[in-house]
Design a binder for this molecule. Structure first.
Ligand code: OVM
Length: 400
């Protein structure tokens, strides 16, 4: 433990500047190398980008509270744009909602979805494998989760077109109210109203995750309000993230032809490839926590009430954790311990669903595509906290 206190490195660069967003890793490396904790003048928050400090913040939920929200402002002081979610709560409120959710979504309940989740991936990849190339984002990554996930929750067809733009609002609100945020919120009321309608008990089919969450009300575990918010959490967090996860995995694998060849020989390694790709190109790059009590982190004093911007994507490339080749993809690396799904109390509940979606798409593509390579520059999405691409042209040769 370092007991000598020091001042944080001061950064004037804005992590939410579109130029930094388009090419984040040089900035993130400077942030990591500047020391354990930095201070960002642009946002008035502290920043952690090293694996050790990110891990400490994520696992010490008493010091680094979620109840202030994941954005730069404290939602308890300023008006929040929607009622707080499980993700914006601390124990004991968090504990009750988390228990209800893990009762519904866990490796056991998710295993049953492999059957229904497979045919849409077969259909999409079969059609794409007939082409000489396609756009891995618009032709595949954006299509697949929308084909399987809303059905798994059990919501009506009507209103599904609002899911992707709603997710875009929710996640962009974890950053400042810049032009990116304002664009995401331009039609916000319509998206929010449609998604809230899909969360109601009357909207659910009888078997999906939504109905199972509502059943927890009958069991006396949660209130109706909490059931609505838990279904909302699935619909908020379950679409954009998996689209970016699939897109980012393909963006990485298109650059590593030897890895693709190795995976074709051994498709059971697909799940490891997905984890290593999530480490390298983490869809959820950053969010804030609120300092609950005066504390010291990495030798820097943090005052209660201030925000800390937690750079998951930078921790996942920290050479002190992953070695000097942290910026490269390697199937020989053990990527377990990455924080792409977070860590600790709030670690992604939906991750068995997300992992299965990503693995199925990759396995089905591996079966039908012999080689895949970039066919033009990927176009990064300008998004406050998610890392991904709006376009990723690839050329392929079909397996025969
Ligand atoms: C929620 C929620 C929304 C966005 C993301 C998330 C990554 C959760 O409404 O609970 O977790």
């Amino acid at each position: 433990m370092s007991t000598i206190l020091h001042e944080p490195a001061i950064f004037t660069e804005d992590p939410f500047d579109p130029a930094v967003i388009a090419d984040p890793y040089p900035f993130l490396a400077r942030l990591r190398e500047a020391g354990s904790v930095s201070y960002l003048e642009a946002t008035g928050s502290y920043a952690v980008a090293g694996y050790e400090e990110v891990y400490e913040v994520l696992t010490d939920f008493e010091t680094y509270s979620s109840a202030g929200g994941l954005g730069p402002r404290d939602i308890r002081k300023d008006e929040a744009w929607r009622p707080p979610s499980i993700l914006e709560s601390d124990p004991p409120i968090h504990t009750v909602m988390r228990r209800a959710l893990t009762g519904v979504i866990n490796p056991g309940t998710v295993r049953a979805l492999r059957g229904p989740f497979t045919p849409p991936a077969v259909e999409l990849t079969t059609a794409l494998a007939k082409l000489q190339g396609f756009d891995a984002i618009t032709d595949l990554a954006e299509k697949y989760p929308l084909r399987v996930f809303p059905d798994a929750v059990g919501i009506p067809e009507e209103g599904r077109e609002h899911l992707l733009p709603y997710g875009n609002m929710v996640f962009n609100a974890f950053g400042p109210e810049n032009y990116i945020f304002k664009q995401a919120f331009a039609q916000g009321d319509a998206h929010a109203a449609a998604v809230m309608k899909s969360c109601q008990r009357e909207s659910m089919d009888e078997v999906g995750f939504g109905a199972q969450i509502w059943a927890k009300v009958a069991e006396g575990l949660i209130s109706e309000q909490q059931a609505t918010l838990l279904v909302r959490a699935l619909l908020s967090a379950g679409v954009d993230t998996t689209i970016f996860g699939i897109g980012n995995t393909l963006s990485v694998l298109a650059r590593y032809p030897e890895a693709w060849a190795q995976l074709r020989k051994n498709p059971s390694m697909a799940k490891f490839a997905v984890d290593e790709a999530l480490r390298l190109e983490s869809p959820f790059q950053k969010f804030h926590r609120t300092v609950a009590v005066d504390t010291v982190l990495g030798g820097v004093k943090l005052e209660a009430g201030t925000k800390v911007l937690v750079f998951l994507g930078a921790a996942n490339r920290d050479p002190r954790k992953w070695g000097e080749d942290a910026d490269s993809f390697s199937l020989d690396r053990s990527s377990s311990g990455h924080v792409a799904f977070g860590m600790g109390l709030h670690q992604c509940v939906g991750q068995p669903i997300a992992r299965m979606e990503m693995e199925i798409v990759l396995q089905q593509l591996l079966e039908r595509v012999q080689t895949i390579e970039p066919a033009g520059a990927p176009v990064p999405i300008i998004h406050n906290v998610l890392r991904g691409f709006e376009s990723l042209p690839v050329s392929i040769t079909a397996a025969r």
